[in-house]
Design a protein. Structure first.
Length: 470
């Protein structure tokens, strides 16, 4: 059963198409795995076994009728519980939405079903997604399958833990400040934060409007880059419910075109130090891409510190203003992580019309500046975070003789939310404790195909895929 659930999603679909694997058998293996491990990990908040079995039986019947099959036919997937899945709870980890059941389906979920996927259920998040670890008063804490004393990250932590532990073949996360990429890095899987609007965030809560539309995105998470590619292709495309949507056609680069791309890499940002193993992972990735024929050179864009500050102005201050009315008067129902976030927001002045306008304009000017620098280096390679997965409740770490604070550790992700660029995570290294360490591959907006293609080469060179012994 374990070996079956750790197949790649692509391999599962291929074996199903060849009638070497039954969709019903595959689903039952996943349900058995969930039953065994979810009590330890608390990754799923709702598993709809009856519906999933019905979906799997329909997938099996389609094989007998020799119907045209989608690229994910019979593959069991999970969905972050901030996305609407018809008939399942969509609570975003808060008691303020306890018992809320989606009556409609997010477009990306409909698209995944159209590709043949079997939806298992929904996964845990921090309250209103405002943390880089997954814990809430509604469902409790999610643990890392690599070490139960550590977090799988947040806010897509339940999703990452489920995929890494072989309880799901892949799925969907969302990312406003690293919420796909940090859990992927912590959990030893792959994740893609696309350009906002490339995959529709319609049906997500908090809604993709205002500051969240500028910096947030929904995207795929999986154990391999090939799986990430199939999920991206199935979910991408504009939708009127996403204000950032644009009709961008899918275009995969040819091999000779790909190898002409210059890659700039940096091991740290000069402000927040990274662990030696994180630095080594970036160096390993740079060397691997050179071996594959890329021109890879040291390069760090100017303006990253301003990007971090502007990101907080949008995610923290403006985001706090958006969520304030939701939580006002319900302080007794709010958990420690959201109270902590609200305290950081309250410590700074709220936006005026002028300060919000200045943030917006500075963001545009900075994007122009950094994208001009990326003309020479269309792809960037850098850390995902300063540290690997941390122990539950930790708030600072000693790295290279300096104290790295909680909010600063994820600045390596936050820049690219502010800039609106696609960014993928590939696992490359390990910490002394045996924890996964990923690296980040970034390109300019709407170039998800370039990011995924480079990530695939890196994965092939490094043989990155592994899974926890749980």
């Amino acid at each position: 059963m374990r070996e079956l659930t750790f197949l790649s999603a692509v391999s599962m679909a291929e074996q199903i198409r060849r009638k070497q694997l039954s969709p019903v058998e595959l689903l039952e293996a996943h349900l058995t795995r969930i039953e065994a491990l979810n009590p330890k990990l608390n990754a799923f908040v709702q598993v709809d076994g009856e519906s999933a079995r019905q979906q799997a039986r329909l997938a099996e019947a389609a094989l007998g009728r020799c119907e045209k099959l989608g690229p994910l036919h019979g593959v069991p997937l999970s969905i972050k519980s901030s996305m609407e899945v018809a008939g399942l709870r969509c609570e975003s980890g808060t008691k303020l939405r306890a018992g809320m059941v989606a009556t409609r389906e997010a477009p990306l979920v409909t698209r995944l079903r159209g590709a043949g996927a079997v939806i298992l259920g929904t996964t845990n998040t921090p309250e209103l997604l405002m943390a880089w670890e997954t814990d809430n008063l509604l469902y409790g804490r999610t643990n890392s399958p690599w070490d139960l004393s550590r977090t799988p990250g947040g806010s897509s932590g339940g999703e990452a833990a489920a995929i890494a532990a072989g309880m799901s073949a892949g799925g969907v996360g969302s990312d406003g400040g690293g919420s796909i990429r940090v859990p992927a890095h912590f959990s030893g899987i792959c994740g893609l934060k696309p350009t906002p609007g490339r995959i529709p965030a319609t049906g997500h809560f908090p809604a993709s409007t205002g500051p969240f539309a500028l910096i947030g995105a929904v995207g795929p998470m999986a154990r391999t880059i090939a799986d990430l590619k199939v999920l991206f292709e199935a979910m991408q495309g504009p939708d009127d419910g996403d204000p950032s949507a644009a009709p961008v056609p899918v275009r995969w680069p040819e091999q000779d075109e790909l190898k002409r791309v210059r890659i700039g890499y940096f091991e740290d940002d000069g402000r927040t130090p990274v662990t030696p193993e994180t630095r080594a992972a970036v160096q390993t990735a740079a060397a691997a891409l050179r071996r594959a024929g890329f021109q890879v050179e040291p390069f760090r864009p100017d303006g990253l510190e301003l990007a971090r500050q502007l990101w907080w102005n949008l995610f923290g201050i403006a985001g706090g203003m958006v969520l304030g009315p939701v939580t006002q008067g319900h302080e007794e129902e709010i958990g420690p992580l959201l109270k902590e976030f609200s305290g950081w927001v309250a410590a700074e002045p709220s936006h005026t019309g002028r300060s919000l306008l200045e943030t917006w304009m500075q963001r545009d000017v900075l994007r122009i500046k950094i994208f001009a620098q990326m003309q020479k280096y269309p792809v960037l390679l850098c850390p995902v975070a300063a540290i690997p997965a941390f122990r539950h409740g930790e708030r600072s770490w000693q790295v290279e003789g300096k104290t790295v604070k909680y909010l600063d550790a994820w600045s390596y992700c936050e820049w690219f939310n502010l800039l609106g660029t696609p960014a993928a995570v590939v696992p490359v290294g390990t910490s002394p404790e045996g924890l996964p360490i990923g690296v980040q591959i970034v390109a300019r907006p709407w170039q998800e195909e370039l990011v995924i293609s480079v990530a695939a080469v890196l994965e092939d060179q490094c043989g990155c895929y592994g899974h926890p012994n749980i």
